[in-house]
Ligand binder design. Structure first.
Ligand SMILES: NC(=O)c1ccc[n+]([C@@H]2O[C@H](COP(=O)([O-])OP(=O)(O)OC[C@H]3O[C@@H](n4cnc5c(N)ncnc54)[C@H](O)[C@@H]3O)[C@@H](O)[C@H]2O)c1
Length: 269
């Protein structure tokens, strides 16, 4: 006991100065072509990370890459459909072949579909669960294997307030986001003593293309969520960058299986 606390108090003079340092690391960000994934990609690049933007939308991914390049950061684009296991495995291979390692994976590829549960189209249910849950799982698997081989890595999944609470017309999305936290906890436990941490970020309703696109079908879901906000304010994609840096960095070495809510206190009320 005494020995342990002595060890815990051995703190190098630059410990705090370097604990958030991500310079030279390599990150793969799915869904990096839009919204939250784009913001996190830009934030990582500003922190000196080489970012590989993985998105099915090549144009969106290229737009994120261009912003990063303009700011003097390092980024490249690889077109990827995260529901295609062979393609996911191949992209993980390619990244490690060209960069020697992959330190960070952010799973931000995702979508939503609004429908009353009693009429929810089966193909839309499959599409949302395949993309949000299985796509996340396949990427965790492929990149997790690389990180296990390195003995170090940090995976960050995108949960949601909908991982914990219900809202109308979103049964497939809620199922997928509950599942994402199950996967996060399960993999964190399996990999905890092999250097690979798996966490999630849980945003409130965000001002992003996904939110706007889902509202085109019906605003009922967003109105329901907004009516319960502690203050009427959507999150901004850039407001997740701090959480993404913390969970990727050595500052969170003891944090795994956790969901860091970035919800403006939504779940506290
Ligand atoms: N917007 C919100 O309010 C909110 C809140 C909580 C959680 N989230 C989650 O955050 C994540 C990102 O949401 P967003 O608002 O940035 O959405 P977005 O629509 O702005 O971006 C999602 C990106 O994923 C990409 N994508 C879609 N299908 C793909 C596939 N099969 N393979 C690879 N890429 C694919 C899209 O092309 C797009 O670039 C999602 O998982 C979402 O569920 C969003």
């Amino acid at each position: 006991m005494t020995d342990q606390s002595d060890e815990g108090l051995t703190i190098a003079p630059d410990y705090v100065a370097t604990m958030f340092d991500l310079r030279g690391r390599v990150a793969a960000v799915t869904g990096g072509g839009s919204g939250l994934g784009a913001a996190i990609s830009i934030g990582y690049a500003q922190a000196g990370v080489t970012v590989v933007i993985l998105d099915v939308d090549a144009e969106g991914a290229e737009a994120t890459r261009a912003i990063i390049a303009e700011q003097g950061g390092q980024a490249e684009v690889m077109t990827l459909d995260v529901t295609d296991k062979a393609a996911v495995d191949a992209v993980a291979d390619r990244i490690v072949a060209s960069h020697d390692r992959v330190d960070i994976l952010v799973n931000s590829a995702g979508s939503a579909f609004r429908s009353p549960a009693e009429d929810f189209p089966e193909d839309r249910f499959d599409f949302i669960v395949d993309l949000n849950l299985k796509g996340t799982y396949l990427c965790c698997q492929a990149f997790g294997r690389k990180m296990l081989a390195q003995g170090k890595g940090s995976i960050i999944n995108l949960g949601s307030i909908g991982s914990f609470i219900g809202y109308p017309l979103a049964s497939a999305y809620l199922a997928s986001k509950g599942g994402v936290l199950g996967v996060t906890r399960g993999l964190a436990l399996e990999w905890r003593d092999r250097g690979v941490r798996v966490n999630a970020i849980g945003p409130t309703l965000m001002d992003s293309p996904l939110t706007r696109q889902a509202a085109q079908r019906t605003s009922l879901t967003a109105d329901f969520i907004k009516a319960r906000m502690l203050r009427p304010r959507l999150g901004l994609p850039r407001e997740l960058i701090g959480a993404a840096i913390f969970l990727a960095s050595d500052a969170s070495d003891l944090v795994t299986g956790h969901t860091l809510m970035c919800d403006d206190g939504y779940l506290t009320a």
